[in-house]
Design a protein around this ligand. Structure first.
Ligand code: APR
Length: 257
């Protein structure tokens, strides 16, 4: 079948790669039960648009609302387990030199056992001072703070008293120092880039596949729907990453045996 052939072709390129970069987005965690950004939110949060909660402006306007939304999402991430897509990428790291560049703020790649991970958008489980009172980021261990009442909003920075916020990159904010530069270097040096579960609409991450392709890399996409990357991809493996990636990695393994 055409899908079988595409998976074979992808495995061939990946098995021969020397500088493999895997760019992941929310789709890779979807089968773990973590909603993507373009999905409608469930239940209590259905009337909110994530793009209007994930901004410094929204936090300034209503810190409790935004903090509560992140508490809800932290709960989803805590309850989730890595899926076979995450596991396949962790297994692939033992077969080829690879770096995962992720837009995800969950910790599912780490928990699946991947080691070389460049997190472009921060980490939802980590918090920092909203006023960056001791430099960017002023990381705060919320679990170590004195008890606070969530009805009063987020906890306060123990150094300066400003609000504590999640250590994630909000719309309109710049990426962590050095992260974008390293990602761009990796993309430019890649011979194969595997793009998994991203809509490709949020910059600057969305430009990385184009950078890699321009520099001569083979571009392979895994996504059940077309994205802004699809037209640039040499191969589109149309399907959920939890089903496609284990098949690809099994073929890579066969080729390297
Ligand atoms: N397997 C693979 N891909 C999937 C799956 C799946 N099972 N289910 C859905 N997808 C795809 C969707 O088709 C879509 O293209 O995952 C993509 C998710 O897109 P977004 O929700 O836009 O997520 P992402 O591209 O990671 O968003 C980028 O935007 O909101 C900001 O900072 C946030 O990191 C995020 C960034």
């Amino acid at each position: 079948s055409p899908m079988h052939e595409s998976i074979q072709q992808a495995a061939e390129w990946i098995a021969a790669s020397k500088h493999l970069v895997v760019l992941t987005g929310a789709g890779v965690s979807k089968e773990s039960g973590v909603p993507t950004f373009r999905d409608a939110l469930d239940g209590l949060w259905a009337r909110y648009d994530p793009q209007q909660l994930a901004t410094a402006e929204a936090f300034r306007r209503d810190p409790k609302l935004v903090w509560d939304w992140y508490e809800y999402r932290r709960g989803l991430v805590r309850a989730a387990d890595p899926n076979p897509g995450h596991a396949a990428l962790a297994a692939l790291e033992a077969l080829r030199p690879l770096v995962i560049v992720t837009q995800n703020v969950d910790d599912l790649h780490q928990r699946a056992g991947s080691k070389d991970i460049l997190a472009l958008h921060g980490a939802i489980m980590r918090s920092k001072c909203f006023a960056t009172c001791r430099g960017e980021p002023t990381v705060i261990d919320v679990a170590a703070l004195p008890a606070f009442d969530p009805a009063d909003g987020p906890p306060r920075c123990p150094y300066c008293g400003a609000w504590v916020r999640p250590d994630v990159v909000w719309y309109g904010e710049t990426l962590p120092a050095g992260a974008l530069q390293r990602a761009a270097e990796l993309a430019s040096a890649a011979d194969v880039m595997l793009v998994v579960g991203t809509s490709g609409v949020v910059q600057p991450a969305a430009s990385l596949p184009y950078l890699a392709r321009q520099a001569g890399a083979r571009l392979i996409e895994v996504n059940p729907r077309p994205s802004e990357i699809t037209r640039a991809a040499h191969l589109w493996l149309e399907g959920p990453s939890g089903e496609i990636l284990p098949q690809v990695v099994a073929r890579v393994q066969e080729r390297l045996r």
